[in-house]
Design a protein around this ligand. Structure first.
Ligand code: HEC
Length: 200
């Protein structure tokens, strides 16, 4: 009889084991499971505030939520930076400071030039032309697209940082390409433009 009790205990505890691992068995201490923190995608009642018409409005006295009442998404604290995002703090109209301060971190290796060529052909050649002569397929529709190569070009003496700035923030009729091109791709394009400029 005495040996049956441990055996029973073992059998009972084995009930909670399973191979699939998707059953958590019996829960003894529920307070360990119900976390006070609001889970993502869960409704957060603390951001709901009801007005006198019983309409939910964004809470005025609670933390700001990003997507309206009940949302768990918080407005990020001022000055916070998303992971893997490098802020670009230069004033778009100021070309001189980035021209002075920004240096091309890449070496013009074969690999980098190939990357630059690929991205240039995708994003720039439509206007500036495959050889950078300002004669891309869109040139009949957009007047006076500047050439990036040749004696008439204004950009032969441009510093790398000045190119980086115009690609990142754009200027006048040329849009910014910061959303389409990573910093590495922008610097690679600049090396490729140098190659086009030096190819007679
Ligand atoms: C939709 C057409 C278009 C595309 C695409 C385009 N550009 Fe431009 N780009 C222009 C125009 C137009 C200007 C003249 C802007 C102005 O009036 O200030 C310009 C100006 C420039 C200048 C300054 C030229 C000068 O003489 O002052 C550079 C450098 C330049 N672009 C590089 C690029 C690069 C690199 C890309 C690709 C990432 C690119 N552009 C994509 C239309 C385009």
């Amino acid at each position: 009889m005495r040996s049956i009790i441990p055996l029973l205990l073992i059998l009972i505890s084995l009930q909670y084991c399973n191979y699939a691992g998707n059953k958590s068995g019996l829960h003894w201490f529920l307070d360990m499971h119900d976390n006070l923190a609001v889970e993502s995608q869960e409704e957060d009642l603390t951001t709901i505030f009801f007005n006198h018409n019983n309409q939910p409005v964004k809470g005025s006295d609670v933390l700001e939520s990003q997507t309206g009442p009940g949302s768990t998404m918080r407005v990020p604290p001022e000055g916070s930076i998303p992971i893997n995002y490098t802020p670009y703090l230069y004033d778009p109209s100021d070309f001189d400071t980035p021209a002075k301060e920004l240096k091309n971190p890449l070496k013009p290796t074969k690999q980098i030039l190939e990357l630059g060529q690929k991205q240039y052909n995708i994003f720039c050649s439509i206007c500036h032309g495959y050889q950078g002569k300002g004669d891309g397929p869109l040139s009949p529709r957009i007047s006076a697209i500047p050439a990036l190569v040749g004696e008439k070009s204004n950009v032969l003496d441009w510093e790398d940082g000045r190119f980086y700035h115009i690609i990142t923030v754009g200027r006048a009729r040329m849009k910014a390409y910061a959303a389409q091109l990573t910093p590495e791709e922008r610097w690679a394009i600049i090396h490729y433009i140098r190659l086009l400029q030096n190819t007679k």
